[in-house]
Design a protein around this ligand. Structure first.
Ligand code: MEV
Length: 298
Protein backbone atom coordinates (compact mmCIF):
# COMPACT_ATOMS: atom_id res chain seq x y z
CA UNK A 1 0.00 0.00 0.00
CA UNK A 2 1.36 3.42 -0.92
CA UNK A 3 0.57 6.50 1.11
CA UNK A 4 0.97 10.25 0.61
CA UNK A 5 0.07 12.62 3.43
CA UNK A 6 -1.81 15.84 3.26
CA UNK A 7 -0.05 18.82 4.73
CA UNK A 8 -0.63 22.19 6.29
CA UNK A 9 1.85 24.98 5.83
CA UNK A 10 2.43 26.55 9.24
CA UNK A 11 4.40 29.49 7.86
CA UNK A 12 5.88 30.62 4.57
CA UNK A 13 3.54 29.60 1.74
CA UNK A 14 4.00 31.62 -1.45
CA UNK A 15 7.28 33.23 -0.34
CA UNK A 16 8.68 29.65 -0.49
CA UNK A 17 7.97 29.64 -4.24
CA UNK A 18 10.39 32.59 -4.55
CA UNK A 19 13.20 31.03 -2.53
CA UNK A 20 12.31 31.87 1.09
CA UNK A 21 12.05 29.16 3.77
CA UNK A 22 8.77 27.71 5.03
CA UNK A 23 7.58 25.26 7.68
CA UNK A 24 5.09 22.50 6.83
CA UNK A 25 3.45 19.79 8.89
CA UNK A 26 2.39 16.46 7.41
CA UNK A 27 -1.12 15.51 8.59
CA UNK A 28 -2.59 12.07 9.23
CA UNK A 29 -5.16 12.31 6.46
CA UNK A 30 -3.97 11.62 2.95
CA UNK A 31 -4.21 9.37 -0.06
CA UNK A 32 -3.63 5.62 -0.27
CA UNK A 33 -2.90 3.67 -3.42
CA UNK A 34 -2.44 0.03 -4.38
CA UNK A 35 -0.64 -1.04 -7.56
CA UNK A 36 -0.61 -4.44 -9.23
CA UNK A 37 0.34 -6.01 -12.55
CA UNK A 38 -2.61 -5.87 -14.95
CA UNK A 39 -3.50 -6.10 -18.64
CA UNK A 40 -3.12 -2.39 -19.29
CA UNK A 41 -1.87 0.73 -17.51
CA UNK A 42 -4.80 2.22 -15.62
CA UNK A 43 -5.27 4.63 -12.73
CA UNK A 44 -8.62 4.53 -10.93
CA UNK A 45 -9.73 7.22 -8.54
CA UNK A 46 -13.03 5.71 -7.44
CA UNK A 47 -14.01 8.47 -4.97
CA UNK A 48 -13.96 10.91 -7.91
CA UNK A 49 -15.38 8.36 -10.39
CA UNK A 50 -12.30 8.65 -12.62
CA UNK A 51 -10.41 6.14 -14.73
CA UNK A 52 -7.22 7.52 -16.24
CA UNK A 53 -4.98 6.09 -18.95
CA UNK A 54 -1.48 7.52 -19.35
CA UNK A 55 -1.01 9.98 -22.26
CA UNK A 56 2.01 12.22 -22.40
CA UNK A 57 0.18 14.40 -24.97
CA UNK A 58 -3.11 14.11 -23.06
CA UNK A 59 -5.37 17.09 -22.51
CA UNK A 60 -5.99 16.09 -18.87
CA UNK A 61 -3.26 16.80 -16.32
CA UNK A 62 -3.90 13.41 -14.67
CA UNK A 63 -3.22 11.62 -17.98
CA UNK A 64 0.06 13.48 -18.42
CA UNK A 65 1.13 13.09 -14.80
CA UNK A 66 0.37 9.34 -14.83
CA UNK A 67 2.45 9.01 -18.01
CA UNK A 68 5.34 10.78 -16.26
CA UNK A 69 5.18 8.41 -13.30
CA UNK A 70 5.10 5.29 -15.47
CA UNK A 71 7.90 6.65 -17.66
CA UNK A 72 10.29 6.65 -14.68
CA UNK A 73 10.11 2.83 -14.39
CA UNK A 74 11.80 0.66 -16.99
CA UNK A 75 11.12 -3.05 -17.66
CA UNK A 76 7.83 -3.08 -15.85
CA UNK A 77 4.59 -4.93 -16.52
CA UNK A 78 1.41 -2.95 -17.30
CA UNK A 79 0.15 -1.60 -13.97
CA UNK A 80 -3.23 -0.82 -12.50
CA UNK A 81 -3.19 1.67 -9.61
CA UNK A 82 -6.29 2.06 -7.42
CA UNK A 83 -6.48 5.15 -5.27
CA UNK A 84 -8.46 5.97 -2.12
CA UNK A 85 -8.78 9.60 -1.14
CA UNK A 86 -9.18 10.94 2.38
CA UNK A 87 -8.37 14.55 1.62
CA UNK A 88 -10.42 17.35 0.08
CA UNK A 89 -9.00 18.68 -3.19
CA UNK A 90 -8.64 22.41 -3.80
CA UNK A 91 -8.40 22.97 -0.07
CA UNK A 92 -4.76 23.96 0.33
CA UNK A 93 -3.96 20.61 1.95
CA UNK A 94 -1.62 19.30 -0.75
CA UNK A 95 -4.02 16.82 -2.36
CA UNK A 96 -2.20 16.62 -5.71
CA UNK A 97 1.20 16.10 -4.04
CA UNK A 98 -0.23 13.41 -1.75
CA UNK A 99 -1.69 11.68 -4.80
CA UNK A 100 1.64 11.73 -6.65
CA UNK A 101 3.53 10.39 -3.64
CA UNK A 102 0.93 7.65 -3.00
CA UNK A 103 1.10 6.47 -6.63
CA UNK A 104 4.92 6.37 -6.75
CA UNK A 105 4.96 4.62 -3.36
CA UNK A 106 2.41 2.02 -4.50
CA UNK A 107 4.30 1.27 -7.72
CA UNK A 108 7.59 1.01 -5.80
CA UNK A 109 5.85 -1.52 -3.53
CA UNK A 110 4.48 -3.55 -6.46
CA UNK A 111 7.90 -3.63 -8.17
CA UNK A 112 9.75 -4.25 -4.86
CA UNK A 113 11.81 -1.10 -5.18
CA UNK A 114 12.90 0.42 -1.90
CA UNK A 115 13.87 4.07 -1.54
CA UNK A 116 13.84 6.69 1.19
CA UNK A 117 10.76 8.84 1.79
CA UNK A 118 12.83 11.89 0.89
CA UNK A 119 13.72 10.39 -2.48
CA UNK A 120 10.04 9.56 -3.00
CA UNK A 121 9.17 13.20 -2.31
CA UNK A 122 11.73 14.38 -4.87
CA UNK A 123 10.30 11.98 -7.47
CA UNK A 124 6.82 13.44 -7.02
CA UNK A 125 8.09 16.93 -7.92
CA UNK A 126 7.64 16.37 -11.65
CA UNK A 127 4.11 15.13 -11.01
CA UNK A 128 3.38 18.38 -9.13
CA UNK A 129 4.75 20.45 -12.01
CA UNK A 130 1.99 19.11 -14.25
CA UNK A 131 -0.65 20.53 -11.90
CA UNK A 132 0.96 23.70 -10.59
CA UNK A 133 3.52 24.86 -13.13
CA UNK A 134 6.44 25.73 -10.87
CA UNK A 135 5.76 24.35 -7.40
CA UNK A 136 8.29 25.09 -4.67
CA UNK A 137 8.48 21.38 -3.78
CA UNK A 138 7.29 21.79 -0.19
CA UNK A 139 4.02 19.91 -0.74
CA UNK A 140 5.59 16.80 -2.25
CA UNK A 141 8.29 16.67 0.46
CA UNK A 142 5.73 17.03 3.28
CA UNK A 143 3.49 14.44 1.58
CA UNK A 144 6.33 11.92 1.52
CA UNK A 145 8.27 12.63 4.72
CA UNK A 146 5.63 13.93 7.18
CA UNK A 147 6.44 15.36 10.60
CA UNK A 148 7.30 19.05 10.82
CA UNK A 149 9.77 20.22 8.19
CA UNK A 150 11.67 23.34 7.35
CA UNK A 151 11.93 23.57 3.58
CA UNK A 152 13.76 25.92 1.28
CA UNK A 153 14.21 25.35 -2.45
CA UNK A 154 17.66 23.99 -3.16
CA UNK A 155 18.57 23.51 0.54
CA UNK A 156 18.64 20.20 2.41
CA UNK A 157 15.31 19.30 3.96
CA UNK A 158 15.33 19.92 7.72
CA UNK A 159 13.03 17.82 9.93
CA UNK A 160 12.33 19.90 13.07
CA UNK A 161 12.24 18.45 16.53
CA UNK A 162 9.45 19.60 18.79
CA UNK A 163 9.72 20.25 22.52
CA UNK A 164 5.94 19.80 22.82
CA UNK A 165 3.34 18.07 20.65
CA UNK A 166 1.84 20.35 18.05
CA UNK A 167 -1.97 20.33 18.02
CA UNK A 168 -3.80 22.06 15.24
CA UNK A 169 -7.32 22.42 13.94
CA UNK A 170 -7.79 22.55 10.19
CA UNK A 171 -11.05 24.12 8.97
CA UNK A 172 -12.32 24.38 5.41
CA UNK A 173 -13.92 27.64 4.27
CA UNK A 174 -15.96 25.70 1.72
CA UNK A 175 -14.36 27.76 -1.08
CA UNK A 176 -12.10 26.02 -3.58
CA UNK A 177 -8.54 27.24 -3.60
CA UNK A 178 -6.65 27.18 -6.90
CA UNK A 179 -2.90 26.95 -6.35
CA UNK A 180 -1.86 27.90 -9.88
CA UNK A 181 -4.07 31.01 -9.88
CA UNK A 182 -2.97 32.13 -6.44
CA UNK A 183 0.71 31.63 -7.29
CA UNK A 184 0.18 33.78 -10.42
CA UNK A 185 -1.62 36.43 -8.37
CA UNK A 186 1.45 36.77 -6.14
CA UNK A 187 3.80 36.69 -9.14
CA UNK A 188 1.87 39.60 -10.70
CA UNK A 189 2.17 41.65 -7.50
CA UNK A 190 5.87 40.82 -7.36
CA UNK A 191 6.35 41.98 -10.96
CA UNK A 192 4.45 45.24 -10.45
CA UNK A 193 6.04 46.16 -7.12
CA UNK A 194 9.12 44.03 -6.40
CA UNK A 195 10.40 46.06 -3.45
CA UNK A 196 7.09 45.94 -1.58
CA UNK A 197 6.61 42.20 -2.10
CA UNK A 198 10.26 41.30 -1.36
CA UNK A 199 9.94 43.20 1.95
CA UNK A 200 6.98 41.03 2.82
CA UNK A 201 8.87 37.85 1.86
CA UNK A 202 11.79 38.97 4.07
CA UNK A 203 9.39 39.50 6.97
CA UNK A 204 7.99 36.00 6.47
CA UNK A 205 11.54 34.55 6.46
CA UNK A 206 12.11 36.16 9.86
CA UNK A 207 8.85 34.69 11.14
CA UNK A 208 9.93 31.24 9.92
CA UNK A 209 13.28 31.54 11.76
CA UNK A 210 11.51 32.59 14.94
CA UNK A 211 8.96 29.80 14.59
CA UNK A 212 11.74 27.23 14.35
CA UNK A 213 13.09 28.45 17.71
CA UNK A 214 9.60 28.53 19.25
CA UNK A 215 8.98 24.92 18.17
CA UNK A 216 12.33 23.79 19.55
CA UNK A 217 11.56 25.20 23.02
CA UNK A 218 7.82 24.46 23.00
CA UNK A 219 6.82 28.13 23.13
CA UNK A 220 3.39 27.67 21.58
CA UNK A 221 2.17 31.18 22.49
CA UNK A 222 4.94 32.76 20.44
CA UNK A 223 4.33 30.29 17.62
CA UNK A 224 0.66 31.30 17.60
CA UNK A 225 1.54 34.98 17.35
CA UNK A 226 3.87 34.21 14.44
CA UNK A 227 1.03 32.40 12.65
CA UNK A 228 -1.20 35.48 13.11
CA UNK A 229 1.46 37.79 11.69
CA UNK A 230 2.03 35.49 8.74
CA UNK A 231 -1.73 35.55 8.13
CA UNK A 232 -1.67 39.35 8.07
CA UNK A 233 1.05 39.33 5.42
CA UNK A 234 -0.82 36.75 3.32
CA UNK A 235 -4.01 38.84 3.59
CA UNK A 236 -2.09 41.90 2.42
CA UNK A 237 -1.16 39.85 -0.67
CA UNK A 238 -4.89 39.31 -1.34
CA UNK A 239 -4.76 35.64 -0.38
CA UNK A 240 -7.54 35.70 2.19
CA UNK A 241 -11.32 35.84 1.76
CA UNK A 242 -14.13 36.99 4.05
CA UNK A 243 -14.93 33.35 4.90
CA UNK A 244 -11.29 32.64 5.75
CA UNK A 245 -11.19 35.79 7.92
CA UNK A 246 -14.36 34.67 9.75
CA UNK A 247 -12.85 31.26 10.50
CA UNK A 248 -9.59 32.79 11.79
CA UNK A 249 -11.49 35.27 13.97
CA UNK A 250 -13.74 32.53 15.35
CA UNK A 251 -10.79 30.27 16.15
CA UNK A 252 -8.94 33.11 17.92
CA UNK A 253 -12.11 34.12 19.81
CA UNK A 254 -12.20 30.57 21.19
CA UNK A 255 -8.66 30.72 22.44
CA UNK A 256 -6.63 29.54 19.43
CA UNK A 257 -3.05 30.69 20.02
CA UNK A 258 -2.91 31.70 16.36
CA UNK A 259 -4.81 31.11 13.13
CA UNK A 260 -4.01 31.64 9.50
CA UNK A 261 -4.91 30.70 5.97
CA UNK A 262 -2.83 27.70 4.91
CA UNK A 263 -1.57 26.64 1.48
CA UNK A 264 -2.48 28.56 -1.64
CA UNK A 265 -5.23 30.71 -0.06
CA UNK A 266 -8.03 32.47 -1.89
CA UNK A 267 -10.31 30.09 0.03
CA UNK A 268 -9.35 26.58 1.09
CA UNK A 269 -8.43 25.92 4.70
CA UNK A 270 -7.21 27.71 7.77
CA UNK A 271 -4.94 26.21 10.41
CA UNK A 272 -5.44 27.16 14.06
CA UNK A 273 -2.99 26.36 16.84
CA UNK A 274 -4.45 24.89 20.04
CA UNK A 275 -2.95 24.70 23.53
CA UNK A 276 -3.53 20.96 23.89
CA UNK A 277 -5.64 18.09 22.55
CA UNK A 278 -8.76 18.94 24.54
CA UNK A 279 -8.58 22.59 23.48
CA UNK A 280 -8.14 21.51 19.85
CA UNK A 281 -11.36 19.47 20.00
CA UNK A 282 -13.25 22.41 21.54
CA UNK A 283 -12.09 24.70 18.73
CA UNK A 284 -13.01 22.07 16.14
CA UNK A 285 -16.54 21.85 17.57
CA UNK A 286 -16.91 25.62 17.16
CA UNK A 287 -15.49 25.70 13.63
CA UNK A 288 -17.97 23.10 12.43
CA UNK A 289 -18.29 19.91 10.50
CA UNK A 290 -15.71 20.84 7.84
CA UNK A 291 -12.94 20.94 10.42
CA UNK A 292 -10.68 18.33 12.01
CA UNK A 293 -7.90 18.01 14.58
CA UNK A 294 -4.40 16.81 13.83
CA UNK A 295 -1.20 16.55 15.82
CA UNK A 296 2.49 15.82 15.53
CA UNK A 297 4.68 14.59 18.40
CA UNK A 298 8.30 14.43 17.46
C1 MEV B 1 0.81 25.40 -1.78
O1 MEV B 1 0.51 24.39 -0.86
C2 MEV B 1 1.96 26.20 -1.31
C3 MEV B 1 2.40 27.32 -2.24
O2 MEV B 1 3.48 27.98 -1.57
C4 MEV B 1 2.83 26.80 -3.58
C5 MEV B 1 4.16 26.05 -3.55
O3 MEV B 1 4.89 26.15 -2.56
O4 MEV B 1 4.44 25.37 -4.54
C6 MEV B 1 1.30 28.34 -2.46
Amino acid sequence: MGFGRGKVILLGEHSVVHGSPAIAMGISRGISAVARAAEEDLLTLSPWGLQVRPRSDGSEPLEQAFAIVLGTYSNRPPLRVDVQVDLPSGAGLGCSAALGVAIFDAIDGALRISRSREELGRMAHEWEEVFHGSPSGIDNMAAAVGGVLRYRKGAPLKPLSLARPLRVVVAHSGERSKTKEMVSLVARQLASNPARVHDKFDDVSDLVDEAEVALSIGDMRTLGRLLNWNHGILSSLLLSTPKVEDLCRLARAHGALGAKVTGAGGGGCIVALAEDGEHAHRIRDVLGSRSFVDEVRQ
